[in-house]
Design a protein. Structure first.
Ligand code: DC
Length: 227
């Protein structure tokens, strides 16, 4: 079996990971894997069955009832999340599920259960995988690791614009607080916290256009992965 390349993109919420990873994957012909969507699907499941995100006993008891599958659209490469065979790709994108996913993802049991699912994809495809602990835990031997970030204000502004486009009435201050709260939770949790390792290449997108970021990262991937 030939070698498959893997590119890890870690960083805080709203840094542009998914936009950049999607575009890069398309350009390079890699599979884009959004690992946050897996945590969101699990969070959505527990919310649906009335188990709180901190209730580790409930989570332990019911986690096996949650069957998550990932499929990619052949036409546009987009990732779809299935929860017990139902497509929940849209439902998992609310601010409420963001908060729940962040809390659920802090449990060691949860992270452990989702590890193989993420690694299996990388065994079968060239991947660009985005998340928080891809370079540090999930794919420590990834060919290229990026740490993509931007200031909290820039990230909150991007999320605010995105939410407004969907008709949300939330204020900018509220969105900024959510960004800061989620950063704090993701960076201070005991298990697999968001962190930049020595092998991550730092890319601060605060003053860069999407095109500049893609060109910069694309040239690094091409150089290292010979694609
Ligand atoms: O990237 P996102 O906003 O869709 O992620 C939702 C939550 O899932 C985020 O707050 C932290 C968690 N997450 C994680 O712990 N590890 C990952 N690899 C990806 C996401």
């Amino acid at each position: 079996m030939g070698k498959f390349y893997s590119v890890a993109i870690d960083g805080p919420a709203g840094a542009g990971k998914s936009t950049i990873a999607k575009a890069l994957a398309k350009e390079l012909g890699f599979h884009y894997v959004d690992t946050g969507a897996i945590y969101r699907t699990l969070g959505y499941f527990f919310n649906l069955i009335g188990i709180g995100p901190k209730d580790i006993d409930g989570i332990t008891k019911y986690i096996d009832e949650c069957v998550i599958e990932i499929e990619w659209d052949d036409e546009d490469g987009s990732q779809h999340m299935f929860l017990n065979e139902i497509d929940v790709s849209e439902e998992i994108r609310t601010p409420e599920i963001s908060r729940i996913a962040s809390t659920v993802s802090a449990h060691a049991l949860v992270r452990e259960r989702l590890l193989d699912m993420q690694r299996d994809v990388a065994k079968k495809h060239n991947v660009i995988m985005d998340g928080r602990d891809i370079g540090s835990v999930v794919l420590p031997r990834a060919d290229v690791k990026f740490f993509l970030t931007a200031s909290p204000e820039v990230r909150a502004r991007r999320r605010f614009d995105e939410l407004q486009a969907k008709g949300s009435k939330d204020s900018f201050e509220k969105v900024l607080k959510e960004v800061n709260d989620r950063d704090h939770a993701d960076m201070t949790r005991a298990v697999a916290p968001l962190k930049q390792t020595k092998s991550h290449i730092l890319v601060d997108t605060s003053d860069m256009t999407i095109e500049q970021v893609i060109a910069h990262m694309g040239s690094i991937v091409r150089e290292k992965c010979k694609v």
